[in-house]
Design a protein around this ligand. Structure first.
Ligand SMILES: *Cc1c(COP(=O)(O)O)cnc(C)c1O
Length: 815
């Protein structure tokens, strides 16, 4: 990209004058962030327009990634890097005595996602643009993103994330492209002007969907794709009559009801919201996105839809946008007079579905009552899809009445969204090898029998632009000094780093970089939450959403065990360790919140006990999010990936840690398996029961956690300490956690997630880690081995896999 310093400076000053009535000396940090971002966007604009023109000029197939979540994080630094002007902008700012890092910190995270699923969508967009593929995102412009977490008295307290309180300099409102989405009402039956029968909706609640576009800038290319997020509003504004009658609340009722649809992200990761408003959100952005696509298509090709599937592929990110399937049927049939069979042909060649979890509580289903009430005509179409499916099931599985019932999209008074997806989509993929195998052989076995050709694996990935180049500039420079550029767009080139495994200078340099990154994290945490971290200690890190299956409880029980040991045994002298946690719990997830309270209670006790000072410390990082993650991964020594085998579909933080030279402590689960395979098991720490072992115990009902307590007094002690007053004089705070492990509560089996069964194996792995860290050089060699073999985990590789097997896109070069 062309960059003219003087022009940029002039642009910056002009903006500050126009927008804020200030010159540079008067501008505050926020004004500067806004003006620098806006000036950068202006530089990007020609490429963005050229990209759209290129795609329009010669219609080629385009991908649309429908996702209820895009966890984008901050844009400024990443965008400047991707268009190659970060250095120059830095210099300009320096000349003006402005510190880039100061203004960078003014940008709020675009936290429009919960965790891995939303961040995956963001990494995919970066890779699509970088690889010159025409692929765009469609989602919701939540007014409030993922809540802000504060820890008060050890408890998580949620605050609204008002990320739009100042304007977002990266978005462009496109009022000209607004569409209308209808809810409720009743189905009416009429005739078209040419006498054809046709359904339509009467008395519906009409909601305006207005798109806001964000540029997705490819790295070292002219391609700029689009993330289009929909905002809800009322087309009717408020009721002036009611306002004049001083009935102010009712006057704005309609407006509020519409605006509530894009008000806030549901903070449930891997779990149900069960709320009608959530289904409203799903239909809102699915319908708006499809209307957008169909309108554009009809503008180019008229109402012959035979080319639609050749020009569009729509990837459904989990079941959240699956209502798009019957909605496209509705649009084609009701609005364009397409026959059922032709419409079904279009739909079944356009949609592909990604499954992200096998947790039963996350399999989305909606009560008919809610679904039908909100979307009466769409429900009617789902009934017809289901009727035809059941006929197919009767033919394929004669006399297998169990399948006829349980594979039906509608049964038990519920609409099963995953069943609709698998039936209608031409591709169904899992997100890591083990996950896809479990789908085929267990969770979706019956569907795999019916449609084996649809199932395929696409192991997740992460973008090295954000997670290495941007987050860890020192390591990035270390790499480039040794193997040159190229890895930024082809991560498998990192393999060349293996040459330096026995190069002492390189190993020392790597140790130095890690230590500096640890110091930087320590500085941040000192400033952000007055925590003291010792960069000489092992940084042992578990950052991810809080969920029982991710087993933060196993981690903190081990910390409690180490604490007991240090206090009881003066001869026990392991290297100093800092146990770092970061996690948000869904607001209604009581047990997850108790685990946060437990971590903070244990931290408070240990960090204030002189007997263990300098030996262990526990730190809970508040409000874990993308911008904080970017400081944590570069500073980590140990990557905790300790989910119950078979339950973490893939994981992606495991990949970010690996790329930044942390060693994995993990179960044989999700993508950990592939990480150990690439890096070599000897360069990580594997522990715990295998999926097959757990499945066997489950089939035989043979797991008895009491046995593990009986034969391990140290384990029995920490479990007892949850309720014996050691950490909580009331004995009540952690009683549910204790009972869930020992007895089982609310009708559950005891220790559903095999925490006690894996405890001993986990402790042994931790011992190995403590021992291995004693030899810093050997440790750094293992870290380098991990970095060198992280190539597979680039989202560029994932995208190429999707393109080859599912999307069949062609690269489009923007001139
Ligand atoms: C990568 C990422 C995640 C996913 O972490 P997992 O450990 O794979 O669950 C969640 N949140 C943020 C902010 C991330 O960057």
């Amino acid at each position: 990209m062309e960059f003219n310093k003087e022009e940029f400076k002039a642009n910056l000053s002009a903006r500050l004058r126009r927008q804020y009535g200030k010159d540079i000396s008067q501008a505050n940090k926020h004004d500067l962030f806004d003006a620098v971002s806006a000036s950068a966007l202006e530089l990007i604009m020609p490429n963005w327009m050229a990209t759209r023109n290129e795609y329009d000029k010669k219609p080629t197939k385009q991908l649309y990634y429908l996702s209820a979540e895009f966890l984008m994080g901050r844009a400024l630094s990443n965008n400047l890097i991707n268009c190659g002007i970060k250095e120059s902008v830095n210099e300009v700012l320096k000349e003006m005595n402005i510190d880039f890092n100061m203004i960078e910190d003014e940008e709020p995270d675009a936290g429009l996602g919960n965790g891995g699923l939303g961040r995956l969508a963001a990494c995919f967009l970066d890779s699509l643009a970088t690889l010159d593929y025409p692929g765009h995102g469609y989602g919701i412009r939540y007014e409030y993103g993922m809540f802000e977490q504060r820890i008060e008295d050890g408890y998580q307290v949620e605050y609204p994330d008002n990320w739009l309180q100042h304007r977002d300099p990266w978005e462009i409102k496109r009022s000209d492209l607004a569409v209308t989405v209808k809810f409720g009402g009743n189905i009416a039956y009429g005739k078209t002007p040419d006498g054809q029968p046709r359904f339509f909706i009467e008395n519906a609640e009409e909601v305006t969907a207005t798109p806001y576009d964000m540029p997705i800038i490819g790295y070292d290319t002219k391609t700029v794709n689009t993330l289009r997020l929909w905002q809800a509003s009322s087309p009717n504004g408020f009721d002036l009559q009611l306002f004049n009658n001083m009935d102010y609340n009712r006057a704005v009722e309609r407006q509020n009801s519409a605006e509530n649809i894009s008000r806030v992200l549901y903070p449930n990761d891997n779990g149900p919201s069960g709320k009608a408003l959530r289904l409203k959100q799903q239909y809102f952005f699915s319908s708006a996105s499809l209307q957008d696509l169909v309108r554009h298509y009809v503008g180019d090709h008229g109402t012959d839809f035979s080319k639609f599937a050749e020009l569009h592929v729509i990837q459904l990110n989990d079941t959240h946008p699956v209502v798009a399937i019957p909605e496209l049927m509705r649009i084609l049939i009701d609005e364009y007079n397409v026959s059922w069979d032709e419409a079904w042909d279009v739909v079944t060649h356009t949609f592909a579905y990604t499954n992200h979890t096998i947790l039963a509580e996350a399999l989305e289903k909606w009560p008919i009552e809610i679904f039908q009430g909100l979307l009466p005509r769409v429900y009617q179409i789902v009934e017809e899809i289901n009727r035809r499916l059941v006929i197919e099931l009767r033919q394929k599985f004669p006399n297998d009445y169990y399948k006829h019932e349980h594979m039906a999209i509608i049964h038990n008074n519920m609409v099963y969204m995953a069943w609709m997806a698998i039936h209608a989509c031409f591709s169904v993929n899992g997100v890591a090898e083990l996950h896809t195998e479990l789908l085929k052989t267990a969770e979706l076995k019956d569907w795999y029998t019916l449609y084996p050709e649809k199932f395929n694996n696409k192991t997740n990935g992460i973008t090295q632009r954000r997670w290495l180049l941007n987050a860890n500039p020192k390591l990035a420079a270390f790499i480039t000094e040794r193997i040159g550029h190229g890895w930024e767009k082809e991560l498998s080139k990192l393999k060349d780093l293996e040459k330096y495994i026995d190069d002492d200078a390189s190993i020392n340099e790597l140790i130095k970089i890690k230590t500096e990154n640890k110091q930087a994290l320590a500085d941040y945490l000192k400033h952000a939450q007055n925590e003291f971290l010792d960069p000489e200690s092992i940084f042992d890190v578990q950052v991810k959403r809080l969920h029982e299956y991710k087993r933060q409880l196993l981690n903190i029980l081990h910390v409690m065990y180490i604490y007991n040991r240090l206090v009881e045994d003066p001869d026990y002298n392991p290297p100093a360790r800092t146990f770092i946690f970061g996690a948000k719990a869904a607001s209604g997830y009581r047990r997850a919140k108790s685990i946060i309270k437990l971590i903070n209670t244990v931290a408070e006790r240990i960090n204030n006990d002189r007997r263990v000072r300098g030996k262990i410390r526990v730190v809970f990082v508040e409000n874990y999010r993308v911008s904080v993650a970017e400081k944590i991964f570069p500073a980590a020594d140990v990557s905790e990936q300790i989910s119950t085998a078979g339950l973490e579909a893939s994981g992606t933080s495991n990949m970010k840690f690996m790329l930044n030279g942390a060693l994995t402590l993990g179960t044989m689960d999700g993508a950990n398996i592939e990480i150990f395979e690439e890096a070599g098991k000897e360069n990580g720490f594997v522990f715990g029961l295998l999926t097959e072992e757990i499945k066997k115990m489950e089939a035989e009902h043979s797991y008895n956690p009491q046995e593990y307590l009986d034969c391990n007094p140290a384990l029995a002690k920490v479990v007892e300490q949850l309720v014996d007053g050691t950490y909580d004089p009331t004995h009540q705070l952690f009683k549910e956690l204790h009972d869930s492990l020992v007895y089982g509560v609310e009708g559950q089996r005891p220790d559903v997630y095999y925490v006690l069964a894996d405890f001993d194996s986990y402790c042994k792995a931790k011992e190995k880690i403590a021992a291995a860290y004693g030899d810093k050089k050997q440790w750094a060699k293992m870290a380098l081995k991990n970095i060198a073999n992280a190539g597979k985990f680039s989202s560029d590789r994932t995208i190429e896999d999707y393109v080859r097997d599912i999307w069949h896109l062609k690269k489009v070069e923007v001139k």
